[in-house]
Structure formats: structure tokens, C-alpha cells
Design a protein around this ligand. Sequence first.
Ligand code: BYC
Length: 488
Amino acid sequence: MEPENKQITIERECRLMSTIDYKETIPNNVNLSGDRRLQRALEKWQPAFLNWWDELGPEASANHEIFLRTAIDVSPKGWAHFDMVKMPEYRWGIFLAAEEEERKIGFGQHKGENAWQEVPGEYRSELRRLIVTQGDTEPASVEQQRLLGLTCPSLYDLRSLFQINVEEGRHLWAMVYLLHAYFGRDGREEAEEMLMRHAGDEDKPRILEAFNVPTKDWLSFFMFTFFQDRDGKFQLSSLAESGFDPLSRSCRFMLTEEAHHMFVGENGLGRVVLRSAQLSADNDTLEIQKYGGIPLPMIQKWMNFHFSICLDLFGQEKSTNAANFYTMGLKGRYMENKIDDDHLLENDSFLIPEFKNGKVMMNEVSALTSINERLRNDYRDDCQRGVDRWNKIISEAGIEYSLTLPHTAFNRNIGTFRNMYFTPEGRPISKEKFENQRNTWMPSAADREFVMSLMVPVTNPGEMAGWLTAPSRGIHGKDIDYEYVRLH
Ligand code: BYC
């Protein structure tokens, strides 16, 4: 479709469905044109964002036409428009979920008060810090994944990667809007900094550690989208509970996009696991490298690494920051309003793991200071559901092997278990033993080299790399052999 016609189609669909204005330079549903100063400031940030995308976004991708979905509505049903789009022409914009009338704060010392439409002065720095930390992860993930497009296992997968990348870009826009609209000059400075820090940069790294690790191969990409994007789900859900309504509304809409990212991870890993299990069954061995598959024990190593670095993303087990965020009404718990308690937590307790008398034991502490740990537990349970599904795939293929999430103490860099050494089962060991065994538990250089050797681009419509199976269905009603990306 010609760009002009495409624009008309989007505009027509928008008129029918929503309040997002696509005629604006920055599409939005926040009446940006009603605030000229803000509009000008964001229009100044826009070219910096596009430059960043050009430099550190998906490599050599500017001319590809990609079957992308674009948000055109913020209601849960029918919010997306699908079309062939070049990524630099993607309409990044500012979309907040619809305002809930008379929304009340659901927890902390302001419980029951009206949600704030402006930033409460006394919580300004805490709120800014949360928004900056959240915002920083979005461009980080794009930077981490920038070379993956060169080695896609299929056009279907390439399209998923690019879809995720453009949406992470939009999630950055969501946080940058909040900074510009509600935090004045320091908000604008923070927005600039978002494009200055870079994943893995020694001098100016991204804020959270897991966002500085390169994602070089597609097994890592699927792990990332399963484990790391799932941290996004839990953090965004907690921020969606916020008493600061614009943050809550931003996160609620981001979550609808995030769901697809986790689907890519879960489904992608399911396809890798299925191929590995099939090859193991056909050849009666787990050693399937020579048949072009990734051995299940190698997948386990990738899992040990990704899960453990993602556990760190939840912060310390005991955190006064987290307790303050909760009491102030800035960041709640996962599904706060479904939890049956007083939502103040001043007299409640929670069990957290601690290392005592040579072993990991559960210790009862204040529920307020253990908010991070509670979220980490919710996250772990959610991850386990995916692992159970992959184990079902393995057992249905007749293979006796199961994947397991490593113990919470394994390979940790934040919190109680930092600078301590444990096996994946949670047995304490010396640093020396850990280092000796590291390569049997997590990807070794040779493992990474082997997986990289499988990363040969497959770009004919419908064809798949040999190390994973085809997905069971295509995207938005299209067949699997649809040309999801027209490479140019
Ligand atoms: N790395 O009191 P604590 C996503 C620091 S992913 C480095 O436990 P707190 C996405 C911490 O800053 C979701 N440093 O911290 C996924 C603190 O420093 P100070 C992202 C860390 O504040 C895929 C100190 O250690 N969103 O959306 O309770 C693709 C003490 O720690 C780390 C959010 O994270 C770390 N991992 O908890 C794209 C939500 N952890 O005060 C996108 C917003 C802790 O000593 N962030 N530290 O200088 C938060 O809610 C909190 O900042 C955290 C940390 C939960 C991350």
C-alpha cells in the first residue's frame, strides 16, 4: 500500500475506534496540541530519539517492510492496526489507558484518597526515580537486541523481533512523556539521559544490570523475552497500581503490548524445546549438536543464566525503598486489588530467604520491607508455569529429561545472596568450586560458540532454521509462509 493510502486507512480506523490522533507529528491520546510548550519539548526530543534508533536500533533494517501492528485504540478489544511498515516510519506515540472515573488509591497511607493527577511534591524524587528506572530498560532492550535481525531463524521470527523493538521504543515514549509532562526541567534532562546511557557501555551503562548483557543469539532472545520481559510484566503491573494516575494509565496500556513479548518468548522456547526433544528421540541421545539441534542440557544452562540475572531485577529481599514506595502509594503489589488484606501492611509479615547456620532458611520479616521479595515470588511462579509446559513437550516426545528453574540463591548479584556461592539446587559451596563448575551450569564460551554457529539467517518465506520447529500458526490470520518481512 502507498504510504499516503496507509495513512488514510489508519486515520479512518482511528476515527471509528478511538481518540488517538494520528494526524499529529506525535500521535497521542493526551491532547498534546492543547499544551504547546509540552508539544514543542517533545517534538524536540523526537529527532534525538530517531537518531538513536538509527544508530543503536535494529542493524541494517531501515528499508525492510514489516508486517507490524500499530496501536490505534487503547481499549482491550481491537486496538491494533496491521500493515507493512518501515520501522523508521512507525508511528511512535503517547497512549494512556482510558481514565477511570473517580479512581482511588488502593494501598499505603493514602489508601481511599482520589488518585493524583499531578505529582505530589513530597514524592517527586521517588516517583521520578521509578519512572527513570522503568524508562531506561526500554531502549536498553532494543540496544541489546540490535544485531539479532542479521541471523533470524525465519521471517516470522524476524517480524516478532522488530515488533518487540518498535514497541519497546514506544514504551520509552510512554515514560519520556511522563518525565516531560510532569517533572519540568529535570524531567527533560532525564529524558535526554535515556538516549545517552547505553546497554553495556562501560562509562554510561544502563541502570539495571541485566540490561547491560548483550543478546547475541536467538536462544538468548527467546530467554530474554520469556524471563526479562516477564519482569516487565510484574514491574509494570505494580506500577499500574500507582496512586499517580498518569503512570498507572501508561503502564496499563504498556501491559497490553507486553503480553505479546512474553508470548514470543514462551512460544519460541517451546519450539526450540520441541525440536531438541524430537532430535533426541529420533537419535536416542541428548547429544544432538551434530544433528543441528540445541541439547536440552544446554537450554537448561541458558535458563540458569537468564532466570538468575532476572531475579536480581526485583531488588533486595529487604528493601526500605520498596517499603517507602508502597507506603507512599507509588508502587503496589502484583494484583493489589485482588489481595485480601488491609493494603497497609503495617502489622503483617512475610517470609524471605536468608542464609543462616550454613543453609538457606526462611525468616519472617515485615511485609512492607519484603515487597520486592513478594513480587519475585509471584514472578517465579509465573515462570514455573512456562517451564511446566516445556517439560510436557519433552515428556510427550518420550524423553526423560526435565528443565528446572535454579534455586533463588544461585548466581545472584543483588540482595542477600550477593557474593555467596550456591549450586543450582541451592547448596552452598565455596567460590572456588563455583568457578570450577560455572561452565557446567551456565553457558560456556564453547556453548555460546556452538549456538552462534546455528544462527544462520533463514529468509525465504515459510522456511525455518533447523534448530526450532515452525510455529503452529501465523500472525493476525496470515499463513506461516506469509512474507512477514520484505527485505530491502
Ligand atoms: N541492578 O532497595 P533495593 C522491563 C540498586 S523490566 C542494579 O532493593 P529497590 C522490560 C537499587 O537501585 C522492568 N542495581 O532497590 C523488560 C538501590 O540503589 P541505591 C523495569 C540495582 O529500589 C524487557 C540498591 O540497589 N522496571 O520493563 O527496592 C524489555 C538497593 O536496592 C538492582 C522496574 O524495574 C539491579 N538489578 O528495587 C524491556 C520498575 N536492583 O538506592 C523492558 C522500577 C537494585 O542504593 N524500578 N539495585 O542507590 C523499581 O521498582 C526498583 O528500582 C527496583 C529496585 C525493583 C528495580
